[in-house]
Design a binder for this molecule. Structure first.
Ligand SMILES: [Zn+2]
Length: 170
């Protein structure tokens, strides 16, 4: 299923337990572009609405979102491509607009696996997927061991296959 242009009524999606899934080209995720060495490939995504039980026994609307795919980041040490397996599973707690944001203690933040987001009547799915993908990327990606080229013309280090081979050795 094509992702761009699709919106959902997120509360309705959760209440009726709907599901959607598909794949999206990395090239469609513009906010990811700065973090990637190239935009070849795609992410597989799925989203599932459900009503879960809150801490106080109240019913809470949430969206389970899953993402997976292989991307190539830029190593912050040698600037070569760094293969990264992106895998996300997150629960987004839907807060109806106008309702108070849940007050989370530090302990909640550390132990909770759900992130509150505002429930929107026309939530673009692409934004949800892109947000989760961005949050899943390491802040300062680095090779475990950078391949240092003899002559630093950039080409030797730029081969993702050489880097992959390097990674597999370790
Ligand atoms: Zn490196």
């Amino acid at each position: 299923m094509q992702l761009s242009g699709i919106t959902i009524d997120s509360l309705e999606f959760a209440r009726s337990g709907r599901k959607m899934s598909g794949s999206v080209a990395l090239a469609a995720l513009q906010r990811l572009a700065d973090s990637l060495s190239d935009q070849e490939g795609e992410l597989t995504w799925s989203i599932r609405g459900e009503m879960s039980e809150g801490l106080n026994g109240e019913r809470q609307a949430c969206l389970w979102i899953q993402l997976s795919g292989e991307v190539r980041l830029v190593c912050q040490r040698c600037l070569a491509a760094l293969p990264f397996s992106l895998a996300v599973e997150n629960c987004l707690l839907l807060i109806p607009s106008g309702e108070p944001w849940p007050e989370e203690t530090l302990e909640d933040l550390l132990t909770s696996s759900s992130d509150p987001i505002e429930a929107l009547p026309a939530q673009p799915l692409l934004d949800l997927v892109e947000d989760e993908a961005l949050l899943a990327l390491p802040l300062a990606p680095r090779h475990a061991s950078c391949g240092v080229p003899e002559h630093d013309d950039g080409r030797a280090a730029a081969s993702p296959f050489a880097q992959l081979a390097q990674l597999k050795k370790h």
